[in-house]
Write a protein that binds this ligand. Structure first.
Ligand code: ADP
Ligand code: F6P
Length: 326
């Protein structure tokens, strides 16, 4: 806990953008102003922090953004900040403008970056923003619900054409290290199979499962493949075609469409609550914590419990996906 009276804070969005980040920025800015603080937007995440790309934010600067995807503060990935020299430059810029608190909205990498600043005595709070929902210490991240709804909409459309042509569709979702998006999308769209980095499925098992689905009389098959799954999705499709299991095969890679779109009501509400609490934590003198969703409550989660870990996929959900795909 810090006893220094907070006067000026900064807010940034960092790493992969996520729908709802703007809702969170709006909540941070308006809560900070309501708390009597000056607040700067940091343009371009840690890259912008190192270069002093700051813009003082007023109430009107965050008007009309609650419903917009992406982030008005932009985001950048910066390898320079991963070095001590980059972190030092960032702190110098913060001191130069009198910024004595920081809210970082981003994924696990961004939270790790925030922890480096904390090690140098910076008052910093993290907010989990990542469509992958790969961050431990929170039930949900900002952006995940919107991404899931984007995926579900795409899968419902794919199912129409798959069943018209008796095809097996391999559909790749984002999620390099965590298969949460693929798993929940598979469960909510009735996929025949879900392939995620956390579960070691051999391609031969996939071929056999699709052949069995054909023999059970299925008119089509949808296989969810997280981008972190060990086999390239196009190679997998070629193996299935070569096995001649009954379905012809097609591949759809959803890609960055999952990162865009207007945030859902859920994400707007989650982002708003987390943004408000992040400023309140700083005002209360808490630092080195992330706003985590625990059931219905927002709780402070120490960076030390987050860094170097990823969300563990629920074995129950995975078993459910397999059972319901029969
Ligand atoms: P995400 O926050 O979505 O996981 P990244 O992993 O790209 O995205 O991290 C975003 C930024 O956080 C990086 O570009 C870098 O500036 C900073 N960062 C990530 N890991 C570290 C680290 N170990 N030390 C310092 N900064 C880091
Ligand atoms: O934000 C996480 C994420 O969406 C990953 O799922 C994905 O692999 C990565 O970002 C893509 O990064 P970029 O937008 O830099 O290509």
């Amino acid at each position: 806990m810090s006893d220094k009276k907070l006067q000026t804070i900064g807010v940034m969005t960092s790493g992969g953008d996520a729908p709802g980040m703007n809702s969170c920025v709006r909540a941070v800015v308006r809560t900070a102003i309501a708390s009597g603080l000056k607040v700067y937007g940091i343009l371009g995440a840690y890259e912008g922090l190192m270069h002093g790309n700051f813009q003082e934010m007023g109430l009107r600067d965050v008007g009309g953004i609650l419903q917009r995807g992406g982030t008005i503060l932009q985001t950048r990935r910066s390898t320079a900040f991963m070095e001590p020299a980059g972190q030092r430059e960032a702190i110098r810029q913060m001191n130069n403008i009198g910024m004595d608190g920081l809210v970082v909205i981003g994924g696990d990498g961004s939270i790790t970056g925030a922890s480096k600043l904390m090690e140098h005595g910076v008052q910093v709070v993290g907010v989990p923003g990542s469509i992958d929902n790969d961050i431990t210490g929170t039930d949900m991240c900002i952006g995940t619900d919107t991404a899931l709804n984007t995926i579900v909409d795409a899968l419902d459309k794919l199912r129409d054409t798959a069943s018209s042509h008796n095809r097996a569709f391999l559909v790749e979702t984002m999620g390099r290290k965590c298969g949460y998006l693929a798993l929940i999308a598979g469960l909510t769209c009735g996929a025949e199979m879900v392939l995620i980095p956390e579960v070691d499925h051999e391609p031969s098992e996939v071929v056999r499962a699709i052949g069995d689905a054909y023999l059970r009389g299925k008119t089509h098959a949808i296989i969810m493949v997280a981008e972190g799954y060990k086999t390239n999705i196009n190679d997998l499709a070629a193996m299935i075609e070569a096995a001649d299991v009954g379905f012809t095969t097609r591949v759809t890679i959803l890609g960055h469409i999952q990162r865009g779109g207007k945030p859902t009501a859920y994400d707007r509400w989650l982002a708003t609550r987390m943004g408000v609490r992040a400023v309140e934590y700083l005002v209360e003198g808490r630092s080195g914590v992330m706003t985590g969703l625990n059931g219905r409550e927002i709780v402070p989660v120490p960076f030390s419990e987050i860094i170097g870990t990823y969300r563990q996929i629920s074995p129950e959900y995975y078993a459910l996906a397999r059972m319901l795909a029969q």
